[in-house]
Ligand binder design. Structure first.
Ligand code: NAI
Ligand code: MG
Length: 359
């Protein structure tokens, strides 16, 4: 298969880890007989410096003309005092909006060899492998009216609003992902209190009737928050609205205890997606060849699986990462087993080597 991938390395360690994803994808291409063409664009601080805006039109166009997007990370102290419209983060929100990406995917996978870095007990964390599907463009973060009112601005308003079609499209995606995995879907809402949640539940029930091969359960968000800590293994695919998903995905990401290992995707209905690590630009370690490239590499595996339908290729990347970790190799953030502590570049080389070796 031939694919064009827009690469937006961004700022700080974004550029260092993006390098890793590209090397791994090149290895996948030669092992499986694909052709990946990389097209580079600027976003965030580096775009502000050279183009005067965090999201130049040419970057948007480049993404639109590509089959998928890989994004490193944006931001850093250099731009912290910029006015709000000139902040690197504007570029991030802008590109998601421009591309119509409404489904945010955050997998949480416990790697056996890293379990000791979790704040939870080993037996709770072992074998955790779940996927949170969060609605990204509706709900209380975007509802109108919002703001302050009253003579003394003593009233603050936020509006939680959903259109039926917004719920239908995210729920439909979630069913697709559940089918690709273990055919189990948990829909999280607050239907005992919120009208938007009652409509959410209606939509999920209708979809469940049309997809009888998928086991569906409803769970209230407060109960889900507890269960993610007490028994995260009970989940496979979780689908939820924007704000609940924001909170639950950050909660769930701590199960594994390592920011440098967490990939993510933001997608739309046609399979197009933007893939990026959960972590930021890490200014404290930028340029030091210390960053963990695995979150970015695992994000590129998600791209293979979800945008290109290359499940076998994606699993090959995940397997190589698991084997490298099982062999004891670590970047600095994963603990101080000093004999096997690798730089960013060496970790990338190790994954590439393993991927070739597994062939
Ligand atoms: P951060 O995720 O960049 O870093 C938090 C801590 O984790 C730091 O100590 C960092 O060194 C470490 N860390 C993060 N990723 C790592 C990796 N791959 N390997 C090893 N260590 C890693 O979050 P922080 O410090 O709050 O934000 C730094 C900048 O990044 C800010 O400008 C922020 O706005 C931006 N940011 C951007 C995001 C994005 O582009 N999606 C997401 C989060 C923050
Ligand atoms: Mg958050």
């Amino acid at each position: 298969m031939k694919k064009r991938i827009a690469v937006l390395p961004g700022d700080g360690i974004g550029t260092e880890v993006a390098e890793g994803a590209m090397k791994v994808l090149e290895t996948v291409a030669s092992r499986f007989g694909h052709q990946f063409e990389f097209a580079f664009g600027k976003i965030g601080g580096q775009a502000i410096d050279s183009k005067g805006t965090p999201l130049p039109d040419e970057t948007i166009n480049l993404c639109k003309e590509s089959d998928a997007v890989l994004l490193g990370a944006v931001g850093g102290p250099k731009w912290d005092k910029m006015p709000p419209e000139l902040r690197p983060e504007k570029g991030l929100l802008g590109i998601r909006k421009e591309l119509g990406l409404f489904a945010n995917l955050r997998p949480v996978t416990a790697f056996d060899s890293l379990i000791s870095s979790s704040p939870l007990k080993k037996e709770v964390v072992q074998d955790v492998d779940l996927l949170i599907v969060r609605e990204l463009t509706g709900g209380i973060y975007f509802g109108k009216p919002s703001g302050r009112k009253g003579e003394n601005r003593e009233t603050a308003v936020d509006t939680l609003q959903y259109e039926r079609h917004e719920i239908e499209r995210i729920v439909e995606k979630a069913f697709t992902f559940a089918r690709m995995r273990n055919k189990k879907l948990t829909s999280v809402d607050k239907a005992n209190v919120l009208e938007s949640s009652r409509m959410w539940r209606e939509v999920v029930d209708e979809a469940a009737a049309k997809n009888p091969d998928i086991e569906v359960e409803h769970m209230l968000v407060d109960a889900a928050a507890m269960k993610l800590i007490s028994n995260p293994k009970a989940f496979d695919v979780i689908v939820t609205e924007n704000m609940f998903g924001d909170i639950l995905s950050d909660e769930a990401s701590m199960i594994t205890g390592s920011l440098g290992m967490l990939p993510s995707a933001s997608m739309r209905s046609d399979g197009y997606g933007l893939y990026e690590p959960v972590h930021g630009s890490a200014p404290d370690i930028a340029g030091k060849n210390m960053a963990n490239p695995l979150a970015m590499i695992l994000s590129s595996a998600m791209m293979l699986k979800y945008s290109f339908g290359m499940k076998e290729e994606a699993e090959a990347v995940e397997k190589a990462v698991t084997e490298v970790l099982d062999a004891g190799y670590r970047t600095m953030d994963l603990g101080s087993n000093s004999s096997c502590t690798l730089s960013t570049e060496k970790m990338i080389k190790q994954v590439v080597y393993q991927l070739e070796e597994d062939d």
